[in-house]
Ligand binder design. Structure first.
Ligand code: ATP
Length: 238
């Protein structure tokens, strides 16, 4: 039994058939990447898992439970948190308040939420230095760290990340990917990741799926895909 299993998923925007019979699995402890060109359906897949978009047909099973029709805030409570594309932090709130809001779904005491924030500060010292700063004034990389910090405030079992490297300079991209790896290894967080940066996405992942116009055209071990001729030509600029 996989931790997360998507079976024959179909998603439409009006008449546009954005996701066509997608099936995929995520095992506990894995990093799984979805790669593909613009408009391939990566974001739509993630948002359907998170309950933001409704599937027309198919099933999303998490821990043996059908979550396909669950509301987004319940799915978060169940243990799946998403860092959305473009971060979507609350720019007019401080770094600290953004983090606090990340834990709204859990019933913990204020004390334990504060302990959680202290742990996030350990992981992201720059957020601690800037805890009273308005989030909108952070740099792009810091905003991405804040978005990840906010998502892990709910202590998710699965963290879903939509284009975490978007708009970041190469050094920061490396740093964000190190953080993702560390969350996976040392915080026991299973990762489902969407990336335009296919090389990064494949080098960090255990397994990956390649999407093209709403369909999965290839899947497998990430290392094998890195050496796959079609993948290299289409997505790695080889
Ligand atoms: P990108 O990397 O550009 O974000 P993506 O792989 O994440 O691309 P999606 O954003 O999931 O792709 O889009 C999949 C398809 O669905 C595209 O053809 C897109 O135009 C269409 N689509 C996405 N959102 C909507 C919407 N709100 N209304 C209509 N069509 C949409």
């Amino acid at each position: 039994m996989s931790l997360l299993e998507i079976k024959d998923l179909n998603v439409y925007y009006g008449n546009i058939h954005a996701i066509k019979d997608i099936s995929l699995i995520v095992e506990k402890g894995e990093i799984v990447s979805l790669i593909g060109a613009n408009g391939a359906g990566k974001t739509t897949t993630l948002q359907t898992i998170s309950g933001i978009i409704r599937a027309k047909s198919g099933q999303i099973i998490y821990h043996d439970k059908d979550i396909t029709k669950m509301k987004a805030h319940i799915i978060l409570k169940e243990g799946i948190a998403q860092v959305p594309e473009g971060r979507r932090i609350f720019s007019h709130l401080t770094v600290y308040d953004n983090l606090m809001l990340g834990s709204y779904s859990i019933k913990d005491s204020m004390e334990s939420k504060k302990r959680e924030i202290a742990q996030i500060y350990e992981r992201f010292p720059r957020l601690e230095e800037r805890q009273k700063q308005l989030a909108g004034t952070l740099s792009g990389g810091e905003q991405q760290m804040l978005a990840i910090g906010r998502a892990i405030m709910s202590r998710p079992e699965i963290l879903i990340l939509d284009e975490p490297s978007m708009g970041l300079a190469p050094l920061l991209v490396k740093e964000i990917f190190e953080i993702i790896k560390d969350l996976n290894k040392n915080n026991n967080t299973t990762i489902l990741l969407v990336e335009q940066n296919a090389k990064m996405a494949l080098s960090i992942a255990d397994r990956a799926y390649v999407l093209e116009t709403g369909k999965i055209i290839k899947e497998g071990n990430a290392k094998d895909l890195l050496n796959d001729d079609i993948v290299r030509k289409a997505y790695l600029g080889a």
